[in-house]
Design a protein around this ligand. Sequence first.
Ligand code: NOJ
Length: 542
Amino acid sequence: MYQVYPRSFADGNGDGEGDLPGLLAHLPYLADLGVDGLWISPWFPSPLADGGYDVSDFCDIHPMFGTLADADAVLREAHARGLRVIIDLVPNHTSDQHPWFRAALAAGPGSPERRRYFFRDGRGPDGDEPPNNWISAFGGSAWARVTEPDGRPGQWYLHLFAPEQPDLDWTEPAVLYDFDDVLRFWFDRGVDGLRIDAAPAMAKKLGLPDADYGGVAEFRTVDWHDNPHWDVEEVHDIFRRWRAIADTYDGDRAFVAEAVVSTPARLVRYLRPDEMHTAFNFPYLKSPWDAAALREVIDATLASFEPIGVPSTWVLTSHDEIRPVTRYGRPTTSSFFITDGEGEESDLALGTRRARAAALLMLALPGGAYIYQGEELGLPHVDDLPDEVLQDPMFLRSGGALRGRDGCRVPLPWSGSSPPFGFSPDGVLPWLPQPASWADLTVEAESGDESSTLSLYRAALRLRRGTDGLLGAPLVWRESAEEVLDFERAGALRCVVNLGDRPVDLGGSDVLLSSLPLVEGRLPVDGAAWVRPSDPVPASGG
Ligand code: NOJ
């Protein structure tokens, strides 16, 4: 699956912002790349307080991106090219500009309109303290106080993300029923699935008790057990209801959970047969560039997914993360949080070698893989965007202490030798400035270069599709040096990744694809290769 962040993919109407006509025009590129489908980040009307994850109408298209007719055209053309389309549903919260929230503000305390959200009186004698100690993912309290229609300071509302993203109360029947209609609206239009944003946030413990963050007031949800606003049991009732709706449709309609929870055991609860179909593999995404750590997370993933018959997924990055080329070139190669490694110098040549190897590793693993736009070009993170162009609420809410995620959302370079690199017509400045150094990383430049990262992704995807017996073939580890990952997809493909400090002898194997040129038949450090599997498999385990 290929993740499209529509604002930064391609500008079809020449206003410096990506849009659906731009996406439509580049569908041949995606089909040619060899992916099976797209996940499109939110395309709904939105004030863009959080990059479109603040939705003001769940059943329409942002005018900046186009119209519903454009969305229909994208679905039709994608399907005609054999590409599935998953869209991004953001059900935990709305925009503060959504008519539901505006009505709730206007209707005042105690009104039915306010029951769609979490409006509560404040604590303290004047009600001027937040109702509880919950924190926002973007820093500070998760509560904001409103001014009531009579002009006085009034109730507080809950926002686990930005204040412009008030949380919906999913115990309110109107919320439940309205979203049934949202699901049907998009399934009827032909979308193949939905990515569920912030899935574990959707249920809250009754009474909204204070949370115990163990002394660390940071939104590190993997550390949270029995938290009153994350991974609360009742959330599963919603997904059962949605699965029942999806199952009434023809074809394969799939849900993908965005669920960063404490353990694999908690994650697989979202994937029970009557809930969602797959989930993003965040432990894999966050793993450092280290053989033991990667092997551990691969084994743990397979051990939790295989018994329940759910395909594993693998992902290196997204619109929320440091781009791999930059991350793997820094001393801190894990990405537990977007801020990990922030400010560290990155050796981009090293990072690029590793990111290419990481791509071959990911694409050799059993299950689905997610590629984030620009990853296939080996784009680095843009960490020197000027402050005045940054738009991420993380930057704004932290008073500038955190740079936020804009650096992975810089518009794609398509062609030419200077900005806007074919993203927009010449002379139009894209909404975030592209580095001049991207001239060698355009689709055009990389298409003509067999050694480019784009050519590597294309070749890998082609081979992945064209290899008989690969789909469903189990992973079997081979004996290897400690810092080498070496496994077979039984009988179909062997993958060797060299995370050590000396070249690896491939023993004269038939090399199908390599992320770096071999030196005298040996795989260099930070390289990965796909080779024809031997028969029988020499060692097993894992
Ligand atoms: C996860 C999305 O990927 C991220 O971009 C967004 O800020 C939050 N959810 C809130 O919707």
